[in-house]
Design a binder for this molecule. Structure first.
Ligand SMILES: *Cc1c(COP(=O)(O)O)cnc(C)c1O
Length: 340
């Protein structure tokens, strides 16, 4: 086990999130027993995985004397919504720099065919939560570059900005999922579960990297299987790996064996946030069998991967698999066309 108490932390959720058995989904798929970790029920506005990362990131910001936050993401970014929500909780200003979605074919649309955000889902919540500014840039723009520029402007005006990278995925943010791995191991023990695999969406990779480090630190045999939402396997695995090594080093752990991270790229479809048939089927199946809503960008695609892997015999019938529900449901209402 690692001791995270040495690092400053805020608390945004009361107690552990539930770990629930999904007997009807498991029976329908006819494979392993599937359980779900309900991180969609974390604290802050509408919950989701960024809440765990923000407990460490915001504490770090406060310790550094920050009076405003700047972060970046897509126009339907859950991370931007939750960073803004944490800012409201702490009495900090919050500036968002977001990029337009890809066009329907998976290409950036450029100025002529720009793709302005609809006033719904997370983008609506940016407004309700009173973001101090929201800048919308074209797809592929240098969001972090613009964030650093804005930080410099704010500093010149006498403010103390704190910049949080995309998805909150640096070492400090990853601590949130090191902690989640420890929480899960306690729940596995309480429920007497021998969990073979934890299946997780993999985007900016902080969630997966934290889980890998947390299980490694506890010498657990449970493996973490990432399902990518935006990149190929070849592009994603080095990103996860780098953050795993940096996080382990910062915690003073022995090096995690290289080459042990997996991020499958087969379920991305034509690009980040663009719907796939498998995503639509997965969202419908979780809802119909268990009454659980997934989101179309992350958990829907990851669940499509899980379903496909179960059907293709990747797991044994007596395996226990835990799926991380990382949240994102507000984004469902911004992408209803995919289900019409
Ligand atoms: C950001 C996000 C993810 C991906 O987590 P990463 O740490 O960026 O890999 C998964 N699900 C939801 C709902 C998210 O908002």
């Amino acid at each position: 086990m690692v001791d995270l108490n040495a690092f400053p932390r805020r608390t945004y959720t009361d107690g552990p999130t539930p770990l629930e058995h999904l007997p009807r989904l498991s029976a329908e798929l006819g494979g392993p027993q599937i359980w779900v970790k309900r991180d969609d029920r974390l604290g802050l506005t509408q919950g989701g995985n960024k809440t765990r990362k923000l407990e460490f990131l915001i504490a770090d910001a406060l310790e550094q004397g920050a009076d405003c936050l700047i972060t970046v993401g897509g126009v339907q970014s859950n991370h931007c919504r939750l960073t803004l929500s944490a800012a409201r909780r702490e009495g900090l200003d919050c500036h968002l720099i977001v990029e337009e979605d890809l066009g329907p074919t998976g290409s950036a649309l450029g100025p002529a065919g720009a793709n302005p955000p609809e006033f719904t889902g997370n983008f609506l919540l940016f407004d309700l939560l009173g973001a101090d500014s929201v800048e919308v840039l074209g797809n592929g723009a240098d969001l972090l570059g613009r964030a650093e520029e804005l930080a410099a402007e704010l500093r010149r005006a006498g403010r103390s900005p704190y910049v949080i990278p995309v998805g909150g995925s640096n070492v400090t943010g990853a601590f949130g999922y090191v902690d989640c791995a420890q929480e899960l191991l306690g729940q596995f023990a309480d429920a007497d579960l021998d969990v073979t695999t934890v299946v997780t969406p993999s985007g900016s990779a902080g969630m997966q990297a934290g889980l890998v480090v947390g299980f490694h630190a506890a010498e657990s045999e449970t493996s973490v299987l990432g399902i990518n939402v935006s990149r190929s396997q070849a592009d994603q695995e080095p990103k996860i790996e780098d953050l795993v090594q940096a996080t382990a080093a910062r915690l003073g752990l022995m090096e995690v064996p290289r080459g042990s991270v997996v991020g499958l790229g087969d379920y991305v479809g034509t690009g980040y946030a663009l719907p796939t048939e498998g995503m639509v089927e997965a969202v419908r199946l979780f809802a119909r069998t268990e009454g659980i809503l997934l989101d179309p960008v992350y958990t829907g695609k990851a669940a499509a991967g899980l379903i496909d892997l179960v059907r293709s015999g990747r797991f044994a019938p007596d395996d226990t698999v835990v799926f991380i529900h990382s949240g994102g449901v507000p984004g469902l209402y911004a992408r209803t066309q995919a289900f019409a």
